[in-house]
Design a protein around this ligand. Structure first.
Ligand SMILES: *Cc1c(COP(=O)(O)O)cnc(C)c1O
Length: 427
């Protein structure tokens, strides 16, 4: 049934089909464990020979229903919820990389991911080369090494609002025999489905638009099921060679298109355990039910606000892919024909203090370390989220010191504009 529904209907209905007399909302199965009458049956579950629930660190019915909704929205074969977006990106990469391996990532990515790849993965023996996504193919090609296992980018970058040329990145990844992972947090599958453009794995911080109400921190990893691991068996021994921790099971042989997802659950969740509470999955699902409506309003409001900022003489620059003449407008028309997202990056004429004065003068709009929420909010990455990065790293990550990230919410756009106008008058 789910395959035939359109994205808006999938937001409302996918992942949970109640049978006669069952609840219409997926119930919150807030239980660590599940009871079996017979010990053999439990043994089969542990051997991955039978499907079933036994411990929530591995699988939980509430979490699985919500993961199935996101898989349906992205057009994937399987999805796993994680306890945060950070965990999702870590698992997505670590599922196919180990010490001695290398990854290639766009430098236009979220600060937390930049740090995860550049600093923390390095401590685990995985090296990352960051590439400028605007560089030519030859330049990007130089970043690949024989031990490269993954290429990574963001559909719309946080906070720069730059649009990734997904098809080009997929072509570069595939010509090097590695999968492309795309963090689709800002666009959401309502506005872009990276699998349709060749991406192999999609990740999300569900904390953002998918939740939309600032109620839970969560993440998701979705697999398209399309990357042929066995065609590169030497490169992906974790999927294509026997897993000693599972009696010599070979994931790619035993699970086919579900190999990547099964390994992620059976190995990474088992050993590292970043699962969301079922209660959080339930809250996320309530957000997902209106995702399509909210995205439409976020995009319409952001377009109006971006046009206003663009026409104001106190504003130095505005980056919003919906603006005609924007550097990324053409890519946005291709990948995001129904709208991009509610986030606008802009700078004010003046210095760092001008940005701070502007933000401190806002009355309705909140200063928060959050983005992609129903409430309009604002943040200055150089003094907040990215403060651990040096000026050079900031520039490397494509973040101007004066960049203000304005996340346009779904209030009446006139109230958003009024607040911005009165704050601009105070600088
Ligand atoms: C917020 C964010 C993350 C990290 O997600 P958390 O849920 O905060 O851990 C990763 N990628 C992008 C694009 C984000 O915006």
């Amino acid at each position: 049934m789910e395959k035939k529904l359109r994205p808006a209907s999938l937001c409302v209905r996918a992942g949970w089909s109640p049978k006669n007399g069952e609840p219409v909302e997926p119930p919150i199965i807030q239980s660590t464990t599940f009871k079996y009458d017979d010990s053999d049956e439990m043994a089969m579950l542990f051997d991955l020979k039978k499907e079933g629930y036994f411990y929530t660190r591995l699988q939980n019915p509430t979490n699985d229903a919500v993961a199935a909704k996101i898989a349906a929205l992205e057009g994937g074969v399987g999805a796993v919820l994680t306890s945060s977006g950070q965990a999702a990106n870590f698992y997505a990469v670590f599922n196919i990389c180990e010490a001695g391996d290398h990854i290639v990532a766009s430098n236009e990515i979220y600060g937390g991911t930049f740090n995860l790849f550049g600093v923390t993965l390095k401590k685990l023996g995985i090296e990352c080369t960051f590439v400028n996504p605007e560089a030519g193919d030859d330049e990007i090609q130089k970043a690949f090494r024989p031990n490269t296992k993954v290429m990574f980018g963001e559909t719309i970058s946080n906070p720069g609002c730059k649009v990734l040329d997904i098809e080009r990145f997929a072509r570069l990844a595939h010509s090097n025999g590695v999968p492309l992972i795309v963090d689709n947090t800002f666009a959401t599958p309502v506005n872009c489905r990276p699998f349709e453009w060749g991406a192999d794995i999609v990740t999300h911080s569900t904390t953002k638009y998918m939740d939309g109400h600032a109620t839970q921190v969560g993440g998701c990893v979705v697999d398209s099921g399309r990357f042929d691991w066995m065609a590169h068996a030497d490169r992906y021994p974790g999927l294509c060679r026997p897993d000693e921790s599972y009696h010599g099971l070979v994931y790619a042989e035993a699970f086919g298109k579900m190999a990547y997802t099964t390994k992620l659950v059976a190995q990474l969740m088992r050993d590292l355990g970043s699962i969301p509470a079922p209660m959080n999955a339930f809250l996320l699902n309530i957000g997902l039910q209106t995702l399509h409506l909210r995205m439409r309003q976020h995009c319409a409001n952001a377009q109006t606000v971006a046009e206003f900022l663009n026409g104001d003489p106190r504003v130095a620059w505005v980056n919003y892919p919906g603006l005609k003449g924007n550097e990324y407008h053409e890519l946005a028309e291709k990948y995001l024909p129904d709208g991009s997202c509610g986030v606008i990056a802009f700078g004010l004429k003046g210095n760092r203090d001008t940005a701070i004065k502007f933000m401190d003068s806002l009355k309705m709009i909140n200063i928060v370390t959050h983005v992609a929420d129903a409430r309009t909010c604002v943040l200055h990455p150089a003094s907040h989220t990215h403060r651990q990065l040096s000026d050079e790293q900031l520039r490397e990550a494509g973040i101007a010191p004066d960049l203000i990230r304005l996340s346009v919410g779904i209030e009446d756009v006139e109230d958003i504009l009024d607040d911005i106008r009165q704050a601009l008058d105070k600088i």
